[in-house]
Write a protein that binds this ligand. Structure first.
Ligand code: AMP
Length: 549
């Protein structure tokens, strides 16, 4: 296929507004394209598939210089930049020059062998990407010049945008997926699954064309070919408990995502954007090599820790990622831990569709290392979840992740199955107006404190109860503090005169008929006693109303 034809199709697609029409045009293009995988990648604005971290490494300046050179002896890179300041789009700038004079004879005859083909363009761009070291700038410039020199204005428009990774003709990944299904008559779900396991739109398009749905269903993960990571949304404990009978709770580590691939011989590590980060992280490689004895694809977070093992800010990890030289020295300065929380593949078997808990069991069996495997706990108790969160925070980590224990691993998907617990909104200062005596070992301690806010008339209205976030030691202190204010006792319930103010965190305020204020706090947690506040300084129902709305 000539690049001239492809650029023309790009121009048609770019000029189309309606999504469905775009999808039809893209599907037609796929049916017609001989170098299908290259066409698919170009259409998505890339030269390499997503799992391949190679880049062209062509900056705007280099591209402008190449355009200037082709545009003629009187044009400089500065002129190109002036036009860019005016147009704002490098494609328009490239197309605004009269490049026709420099074209080979092929420009004048249809289908002449001198015409730039898609395959040739792809090969040259790969050559350009491979140029490195001394003189590579000149090599890249020469190669780009050679390409632009064979372009008409339409081709130059798309070539310039392609090399600068700003193709943007209005075709997203979803459209490409649907167009592949449409062009070759395969179910969208099969195409989607194949994209998830291969992370390669070009490959999936060709497989669909050549073998239909059956060929797609045969596609599997490949050790060494990184996939998109599964993503999380923010959510609350109450959401999680509303949706799932039990929640899989895990610490949330503040570091950098790493996907580890072990082929039985070698470990390779990839960052979230598929960059190979094996060389800068030798201790992670060593730990995994020692622990693994079967091929695997693992997902986890690399965290930097200080001398005493406490986590350091995630920037410290990123510094290690970027380190190319003196890795040994960097390793001395910034210590790393790897917390593996998922297993996508084990010993020849893809596990994506297994429930989370099954994958985690497999992970634990595979690694047999408490140091490496993150701890996953199942709970349906808000209090227990809060205490796991408190442990995570006490250990210096970010908080907790809440996961659906039954969920599959869906690469690239930011679904509802992984929730990072939403940080608390503004805290409230509430007056303690009641409590309950504990049971068993805690029979002499007050717990489960009733919280109230000012009603505006000098009284107090209840807004809920707090029992979480309080250590045993704090329970003793709170009992000493509150006991003198107990007014009446009925069974284990005590009525307390308003005297002590608690600062409480919570996930959300919801309206509720259960409490006098008409509101309830979701997932309330004790944060501390406001010794500096009197009941008259506590928050009012009016503020709660404002926060709620
Ligand atoms: P955020 O970066 O705030 O969107 O949070 C999601 C990220 O938290 C993930 O992409 C991971 O890099 C990271 N993370 C840390 N701990 C975990 C965990 N236990 N499970 C999943 N992701 C985690």
């Amino acid at each position: 296929m000539e690049f001239r034809i492809l650029a023309g199709r790009f121009a048609e697609i770019e000029a189309t507004d309606a999504d469905l029409e775009i999808q039809d045009e893209v599907a037609d293009l796929f049916r017609d394209a001989s170098e299908l995988s290259t066409v698919v990648r170009f259409l998505l604005g890339r030269v390499f598939p997503a799992h391949d971290s190679r880049t062209l490494d062509v900056g705007p300046q280099l591209c402008h210089e190449a355009i200037a050179r082709v545009a003629g002896p009187n044009v400089s890179a500065a002129d190109v930049e002036d036009r860019l300041a005016e147009h704002g789009d490098v494609g328009e700038v490239a197309a605004s020059y009269d490049l026709g004079g420099q074209q080979g004879l092929g420009a004048f005859t249809d289908g002449d062998s001198d015409a730039l083909t898609v395959a040739e363009l792809d090969a040259t761009l790969r050559e350009l990407a491979a140029a490195s070291g001394d003189g590579s700038r000149e090599t890249k410039l020469d190669l780009l010049f050679g390409l632009f020199n064979r372009c008409d204005t339409v081709q130059a428009r798309y070539l310039s945008r392609l090399v600068l990774s700003e193709l943007r003709i209005g075709v997203g990944e979803g459209t490409v997926r649907d167009a592949i299904a449409d062009a070759f008559d395969a179910p969208v779900a099969s195409v989607e699954r194949a994209l998830q396991v291969s992370n390669d739109y070009g490959l999936v398009a060709e497989r669909t064309r050549d073998g239909g749905a059956a060929a797609l269903d045969e596609m599997t993960l490949e050790v060494g070919r990184p996939v998109q990571v599964m993503l999380a949304q923010t959510g609350t404990v109450t959401d999680a408990l509303d949706d799932w009978p039990e929640v899989a709770v895990e610490w949330k580590f503040d570091g950098a995502r790493v996907q580890a691939h072990y082929d039985g011989d070698e470990v390779r590590l990839f960052s979230r954007n598929m960059e190979d980060v094996t060389a800068p992280l030798p201790e992670v490689v060593d730990a995994l090599s020692a622990a693994l004895d079967a091929p695997a694809i693992l997902d986890g977070e690399v965290v930097a820790v200080d001398e005493s093992g406490d986590p350091r800010p995630f920037q410290a990890v990123l510094r290690r990622f970027r380190r190319k030289h003196d890795v040994a020295k960097a390793r001395e300065n910034v210590k790393l831990e790897f917390h593996v929380f998922d297993c996508l593949h084990a010993d020849g078997e893809d596990l994506l569709e297994r429930p989370l808990v099954g994958r985690h069991d497999r992970l634990a069996a595979l690694l047999e290392s408490e140091e490496l495997v993150s701890r996953l706990r199942l709970s349906d108790e808000p209090e227990e979840i809060a205490s796991i969160e408190q442990q995570a925070l006490d250990a210096g980590h970010e908080g907790i992740m809440l996961k659906n224990p039954e969920s599959a691993y869906t690469p690239g998907n930011r679904g509802q199955n992984w929730l990072k617990r939403k940080p608390d909104v503004e805290t409230l200062d509430c007056v303690v107006t009641g409590a309950e005596w504990g049971e068993g070992r805690r029979a002499n301690l007050l717990g489960t404190f009733e919280l109230s806010v000012r009603d505006g008339d000098g009284g107090f209205e209840s807004i809920g109860k707090v029992a979480t976030g309080i250590t045993d030691e704090e329970l003793e202190e709170l009992t000493d503090l509150l006991e003198p204010h107990v007014r009446t006792e009925t069974g284990t319930a005590v009525d307390i005169e308003p005297a002590v103010v608690f600062e409480v965190g919570y996930e959300e305020i919801q309206s509720s008929p259960t409490y006098g204020s008409g509101y309830a706090l979701r997932f309330p947690r004790f944060l501390g006693v406001r010794d500096d506040k009197n009941p008259g300084d506590a928050d009012s129902r009016e503020r709660v109303e404002r926060l709620h709305s």
